[in-house]
Write a protein that binds this ligand. Structure first.
Ligand code: FAD
Length: 296
C-alpha cells in the first residue's frame, strides 16, 4: 500500500527545519530513519500532510562523552550507538541494549531520537531513558527546553513534545557509585518487539543494602512503566534472593496492568514480569556489589 499524498521538505539546517515546523505545526511530521513512520503511513495509520526530513541536516548525529555521561544527537543511527566505543566505555547498559532493537537493517537507518519520539510502549530505549533518569532536548523557534524522562512519555505513542518541537539531543547521565544494571526481554523471535522487557538499575549503600531500585518495564502498558511498589519493597533491604523474589512478585501484581492481545495474555505477561524482574535484579545487585556478571 502507498501512503496518502504529502508535501515534502528536506531542510539543510536545524533553524530551517524549526521554521518549517513552526509553519506547518499539527499537519507536519518529522522524518528521521523512517522505520516506523513510513510503515504507519503506508498502513494509513498516520496521515501527515507535510514531511520534514531531517536526514540532510549534518550536525544532528553524534555521540559525545562528558565527565559522567553521554550526549547523543537525535539523528544518530542505532548502529552507530551499538558500535560506539564511547558507549561501551561509559554506558555498558546501553551497549547491551542496542542489539535487542529490531534487526540490523532497521538499526542501520533507525535513529536514537526517532525511537524516543515514537514512544512505542514495547520499545527498549524509552525504558532505558527512564531507568537512568535521562533527559531529552526539545527545540522550536520559541527556544529550547530539557524534559526529564519521567515527564516525557505521556501515553501510548505520545510524548510531551509540542507539535512544533523537534527532539534534538538526548542526555544520559552515568550511573552513580555502587550501582548495577541489567536488561532482559522475551520476544517470540530475535528482533521482534518484546512481549515484555525490563531495564533495571540499582544502587546499594556502603553496607550493601539497597538504596534505590529502578525497574522500568516495556510491553506491559501505555509506555515505559516504573515499578514503584517493587522499589519500596527493596529500599533499605539487603538484596537477598528472598527480598528479590518479594520485589518481583510486587512488580508483577501491583506495578503493571498488562494487556491481552494477539501476542500474549495478560496473565502470561504478568508471569514474564516476575521472571524478568527476578533475573535482572539479581544481576544488577551482583554488579553493584562488585561481583562478576556475564549474561546480558
Ligand atoms: C520490523 C520492525 C521491527 C522493529 N523492532 C523494534 C524493536 O524491537 N525495538 C524498538 O525499540 N524498535 C523497533 N522498531 C522500530 C525502530 O527502532 C525505529 O527505528 C524507531 O522506532 C523509530 O526510529 P526512526 O528514526 O525510524 O523514526 P521515524 O520512523 O522516522 O519516526 C517515528 C516517529 O517519531 C517522530 N520523530 C522521529 N524523529 C524525531 C525527532 N528528532 N523529533 C521529533 N519527532 C521525531 C516522527 O515524526 C514519527 O512520528 C522496529 C521497526 C520495524 C520496522
Amino acid at each position: 500500500m502507498k501512503p496518502p499524498p504529502f508535501e515534502y521538505f528536506a531542510p539543510s539546517s536545524l533553524p530551517e527545519a524549526l521554521e518549517l515546523m513552526n509553519q506547518h505545526g499539527y499537519g507536519a511530521k518529522v522524518l528521521a530513519g523512517g522505520q516506523s513512520l513510513v510503515p504507519t503511513m503506508n498502513f494509513r495509520l498516520a496521515n501527515p500532510s507535510v514531511l520534514i526530513d531531517l536526514n540532510r541536516i549534518p550536525d544532528l548525529g553524534y555521540i559525545r562523552s562528558w565527565s559522567d555521561g553521554l550526549s547523543i544527537g537525535a539523528m544518530t543511527r542505532h548502529v552507530q550507538v551499538e558500535k560506539s566505543p564511547k558507549v561501551l566505555d561509559k554506558m555498558p547498559l546501553l551497549h547491551a541494549t542496542m542489539p535487542r532493537i529490531a534487526h540490523p537493517q532497521i538499526r542501520n537507518r533507525g535513529t536514537f531520537g526517532g525511537s524516543l519520539a515514537h514512544a512505542d510502549p514495547a520499545a527498549e530505549l524509552p525504558a532505558l531513558l527512564r531507568a537512568v533518569r535521562g533527559q531529552v532536548k526539545a527545540q522550536s523557534v520559541r527556544g529550547e527546553r530539557w524534559i526529564d524522562a519521567d515527564d516525557f512519555f505521556v501515553d501510548f505513542f505520545t510524548t510531551a513534545l509540542e507539535p512544533d518541537e523537534i527532539l534534538t539531543e538526548v542526555r544520559l547521565p552515568g550511573l552513580a557509585l555502587r550501582s548495577g544494571w541489567a536488561m532482559d526481554e522475551v520476544a517470540r523471535r530475535h528482533g521482534d518487539f518484546a512481549l515484555v522487557g525490563v531495564t533495571t538499575v540499582v544502587r546499594v549503600n556502603a553496607s550493601g543494602a539497597c538504596d534505590e531500585a529502578r525497574m522500568v518495564f516495556f510491553g506491559v502498558g501505555d509506555g515505559p512503566m516504573l515499578a514503584e511498589t517493587a522499589a519500596g519493597v527493596l529500599r533499605g533491604e539487603q538484596p537477598t534472593d528472598d527480598a528479590i523474589l518479594a520485589a518481583a512478585e510486587a512488580a508483577a501484581q501491583k506495578d503493571v496492568d498488562p494487556p491481552t492481545d494477539v501476542h500474549a495474555t495478560a496473565a502470561y505477561r504478568r508471569h514474564l514480569v516476575k521472571v524478568l524482574a527476578k533475573r535482572t535484579l539479581r544481576r544488577a545487585f551482583d554488579r553493584a556489589l562488585g561481583k562478576e556478571v556475564h549474561n546480558d
